[in-house]
Design a binder for this molecule. Structure first.
Ligand SMILES: [Zn+2]
Length: 188
C-alpha cells in the first residue's frame, strides 16, 4: 500500500509529506490530530483498526529544529514587504527585480545584506552603480531576517497526482515555483 500523509503545523501551514507509517506513529504518540483520512485504506493490528490519515496536524510546536530562513527570491521579496526599496512603490512579484546594492562588478556579494527588491524603473535608473553614485536612497538597511512576516518560508503546492484530500490545505501550483523557492547561490 502506498500512501503519503500531508503534515500541517499548528497554524495549518503545510510543512511536510511523510509516509503513512510515520504518520501513524505520530498519531499513536499523541503529537498530531487527524484532519483527513483515506477512506479506502485501513491498517489493522491485532487489537485495532485505523484508517490511514491523509492529512494530519501537529497539536503544538514545529517539526524538528527551527529552520534557518532560506536566502531565496521569494524570501527577499517577503522581507522587503513587496516594495521597491528605493522608491517604496509596491511591486508585483513577477515584476520585481533583485538589485545588488553594491554591484557585483564592484565586489558586491549576493547575500541578504546586499540584495533588495527594486521596481524595474529604479533598477534601470540605478544601473551598475552604488546608491550613492546613483543618488538613490535605500528605504531600509537590508539584513538577514530572524523571521518573516506571513509565516514559514517553505510551502507546498498542490500538484497532479497528489491525493484530492490535500487540495484544500495546499496552495495552487505556481509555474514559477522553483524560480521563487530555489535557494539563491550565496557568496561566501
Ligand atoms: Zn522603485
Amino acid at each position: 500500500m502506498f500512501a503519503e500523509t500531508l503534515v500541517l503545523d499548528p497554524g495549518w501551514t503545510p510543512v511536510a509529506r511523510i509516509n503513512w507509517q510515520r504518520a501513524v506513529t505520530l498519531l499513536w504518540e499523541g503529537k498530531v490530530e487527524v484532519i483527513e483520512e483515506y477512506e479506502d485504506r485501513v491498517v489493522r493490528s491485532m487489537t485495532l483498526e485505523i484508517q490511514v490519515p491523509s492529512v494530519i496536524r501537529f497539536l503544538r510546536g514545529h517539526i524538528g529544529r527551527k529552520r534557518a530562513i532560506r536566502f531565496s527570491r521569494q524570501n527577499v521579496f517577503v522581507r522587503d514587504g513587496g516594495r521597491c526599496q528605493y522608491c517604496r512603490a509596491r511591486v508585483a512579484r513577477p515584476e520585481a527585480t533583485y538589485d545588488h546594492v553594491v554591484p557585483r562588478v564592484m565586489g558586491g556579494r549576493t547575500c541578504w545584506e546586499n540584495v533588495v527588491i527594486a521596481c524595474m524603473a529604479c533598477n534601470q535608473r540605478k544601473g551598475g552603480r552604488t546608491p550613492v553614485q546613483a543618488r538613490m536612497r535605500l528605504g531600509t538597511l537590508p539584513v538577514k531576517p530572524d523571521r518573516l512576516p506571513g509565516g514559514p518560508s517553505y510551502f507546498l503546492t498542490f500538484q497532479r497526482g497528489m491525493p484530492e484530500s490535500w487540495r484544500a490545505y495546499l496552495r495552487d501550483a505556481v509555474a514559477s515555483l522553483h524560480y521563487w523557492n530555489d535557494e539563491l547561490e550565496q557568496d561566501a
